[in-house]
Write a protein that binds this ligand. Structure first.
Ligand SMILES: [Fe+2]
Ligand SMILES: [Fe+2]
Length: 333
């Protein structure tokens, strides 16, 4: 019996040639996150090797992948680094409620150059989208579309200008994987598009997500980096939302929406899970707050993901335009 192991761009694999059993060959493979895996035996009546039984019997992708990855020398295991960007609330110059903080923006862009991540995910509230907000029309009738259109297009230009800048930074850094999980402010655009029967005014279309080649996740859905789930946030609210999130999901999750930094860990019988709220990058003085102090702070996430899906989180705090990453002081320009 001979065993051959290797890896290519998409999967780790193991081929086992079983002599003496009709010359049968069995192959097992899984991707690095353990999300796709399969086992093929030829002929299919061939007995499953003990080493793969867990995966085959349970039909578990992870079991197959973990078994195989366990035998791959560490030097051959490919890990990934991601930058996770929280609420930016990009808005046109002069916006009363919205806008990205320019110093936080500068630190984020420098982080892309330093980290050169494999992937970048924006976890929603990309734009403020004040023009599409239903809140401004609670005591007034919303004007006709012809009046609204120029206001919305001003927001569209501001948001796309910023996304273009990020795309250019990511191109230079060689970052090929890009995702966004829709925020509740993007939903304002979706609602406007539905009410006006103009699907081209939905957030995904307005931000040209498809043309940019970004992966899109609807509001409330979860993207995934290894075993870490990512979403905009808001499923679990109130005091100690990180603790509620990790308990409620029984899984690890990184999210934004609350604009504050908070984390919690729990040990379940199924393993250790964590939840991280990673602050925001938006301006923190808002008219609607009426001068009320908040717990908001500027931050973003760096996530290192190992080939078996295990991950390590760094929440990078930005205070007064200064952050530290990989031991290096980074100051807003
Ligand atoms: Fe937000
Ligand atoms: Fe939000």
């Amino acid at each position: 019996m001979s065993i051959e192991r290797g890896r290519d761009d998409e999967r780790v694999w193991q081929r086992e040639d079983v002599s003496g059993v009709d010359g049968s060959v069995c192959e097992g493979w899984g991707d690095e996150r353990g999300e796709r895996a399969d086992t093929v035996c030829v002929p299919d009546v061939w007995p499953v090797p003990d080493v793969w039984k867990g995966g085959v019997v349970w039909g578990s992708a992870l079991a197959v992948s973990d078994t195989i990855l366990g035998d791959v020398p560490e030097s051959e295991v490919k890990s990934e680094t991601w930058i996770v960007c929280p609420d930016t609330h990009v808005a046109p110059v002069g916006s009363v409620e919205g806008g990205i903080d320019p110093r936080a923006d500068s630190v984020l862009k420098q982080a892309i150059r330093i980290v050169r991540p494999d992937g970048f995910v924006h976890i929603g509230d990309v734009g403020e989208w004040e023009s599409a907000s239903h809140w401004q029309w609670t005591k007034r009738k919303r004007p006709p579309f012809e009046f609204m259109k120029p206001l919305i297009m001003a927001d569209v230009r501001a948001v796309n200008k910023w996304l273009d800048e990020i795309d250019r930074e990511l191109d230079k850094a060689g970052t090929t994987k890009r995702m966004v999980t829709e925020g509740n402010h993007e939903v304002w655009c979706d609602n406007f598009a539905i009410e006006e029967a103009r699907p081209e005014f939905g957030a995904k279309a307005l931000m040209r997500i498809k043309e940019r080649g970004w992966e899109w996740h609807e509001h409330g859905e979860f993207a995934k980096i290894g075993k870490l789930n990512l979403t905009h946030g808001g499923h679990f609210t109130g005091l100690h939302h990180a603790y509620k999130t990790v308990l409620g999901l029984s899984a690890s999750c990184m999210y934004g929406h609350f604009h504050n930094v908070e984390s919690a860990h729990v040990m379940h019988l199924g393993g250790a899970h964590g939840a991280w709220a990673i602050g925001c990058l938006c301006k923190m003085r808002k008219k609607f707050l009426g001068g009320k102090p908040t717990s908001w702070s500027h931050a973003f996430g760096i996530v290192h993901v190992e080939a078996n899906g295990q991950f390590h989180v760094e929440v990078v705090d930005i205070f007064d335009g200064v952050a530290y990453m990989y031991g290096r002081r980074v100051e807003a320009k």
